[in-house]
Design a protein around this ligand. Sequence first.
Ligand SMILES: [Zn+2]
Length: 220
Amino acid sequence: MATVTNVCFHGVGTPRRDLEPGEADYWIGRDAFLGILDELAGRPGVRISFDDGNASDVEIALPALVERGMTATFFLLAGRLDDAGSVHRDRVRALAAGGMPIGSHGMDHRSWRGLTADESRVELGEARDVLSEVSGTQVVEAALPLGRYDRGVLSELRRRGYDRVYTSDQSDARPDAWLQPRFSVRRHDTAATVHERILRARPFVQRAERRVAQLVKSLR
Ligand SMILES: [Zn+2]
């Protein structure tokens, strides 16, 4: 069966806000980013996404994607729009107009596990409404903040009618699956390491182990 490889970026270049603990591991330099994008360009079965709504989404990623004729989904944080170092509200439409689907990464970049009903309404409902409004598109996809989920998170996302949900579970995905694992690009990655670590065919045993990991999370 054909699979797709979902590749996820976070920030590119120099952050212009205080990073969360551990977040620096997911920022990469501009040159490394452009090299990786060239490595991914033209590859069938590769889907690209950006999490967290950093300003580099519009300042660096958007022009680089357009230049290469590529598209990516941008999972924005509704609660950070207009903050220093984050995507501004009036630029979200530019992303959408550039052919980039807009998805939701929630409101405040917190785990969606164990939310109260009110918190869930904000994170899964209001955030999506805000992003639909500012993008002028229907937001139908979500990326799980911090990659965390359990059975309750998934059933709530299904109940709210999300078409597709992205994890950070580091395995290939079935193209039409509702739950889409992704590989995150990390601080020291280059075109070569992305090729080696993400794009090169991985042995069957490793793939099977990762599928089991996803199953365990979705059942707990
Ligand atoms: Zn995130």
